[in-house]
Design a protein around this ligand. Structure first.
Ligand SMILES: Cc1cc2nc3c(=O)[nH]c(=O)nc-3n(C[C@H](O)[C@H](O)[C@H](O)COP(=O)(O)O)c2cc1C
Length: 167
């Protein structure tokens, strides 16, 4: 699968094969893809929490009102921002940088044959609950459910020519 195909095949997956193993090498490939994302002045204001522990995963599911797919997902990767890593002219870009990292992670998951779903955390009141579960100060931007898909939503086109201005 090349990049063009991965972008067009990606869908949010919300039903996974329960208890499917995801090898650490594959998880690390997803994390590496995330960390390959561009960031303002290469500040890389992120850190990643890989949650495989069933109790912690259940805690995340309870803390997030729209993450019920965690019931069957093999793991969650919580992408957290470190706003303090950005100073001066680049301060404040961290939500964008973390969003780029999340998208890279999702596309790498597709390429490896996994499914994933981006569950938004920042900006929402659920941030502090997730910080408590993980025991962190950094800002949870997204919780990504990852696993082996048990559904196959069709690829769909989103090209809207009316949203494009050609100058
Ligand atoms: C910032 C953001 C937050 C999202 N939060 C959730 C969420 O909490 N739960 C969920 O099931 N999907 C969530 N999604 C997934 C979107 O619903 C999904 O991307 C959108 O409906 C388009 O569908 P597709 O990903 O299959 O193309 C989120 C996506 C983004 C980008």
């Amino acid at each position: 699968m090349n990049c063009t195909q991965a972008i067009r095949a990606r869908r949010s997956i919300r039903r996974f094969k329960p208890d499917a193993a995801v090898p650490r090498a594959d998880i690390e490939a997803m994390l590496e893809a995330a960390m390959m994302a561009p960031s303002a002045r290469n500040s890389r204001p992120w850190e990643f929490f890989v949650v495989e522990n069933p109790e912690l995963k259940a805690g995340l599911r309870a803390a997030h009102p729209f993450a019920s797919m965690l019931d069957t997902a093999s793991l969650a990767i919580v992408v957290c921002a470190r706003p303090e890593d950005q100073k001066g002219a680049v301060s404040g870009y961290w939500p964008l940088d973390c969003g780029a990292a999340v998208e890279n992670l999702l596309l790498q998951a597709v390429d490896l044959g996994y499914g994933a779903c981006w569950c938004g955390c920042w900006p929402s009141p659920r941030i502090s609950k997730i910080q408590d579960i993980l025991g962190v100060q950094s800002v949870p931007v997204a919780l990504v459910a990852v696993g082996v898909p048990d559904e196959d939503p069709p690829a769909r086109g989103f090209y809207q020519p009316e949203r494009v201005v050609w100058l």
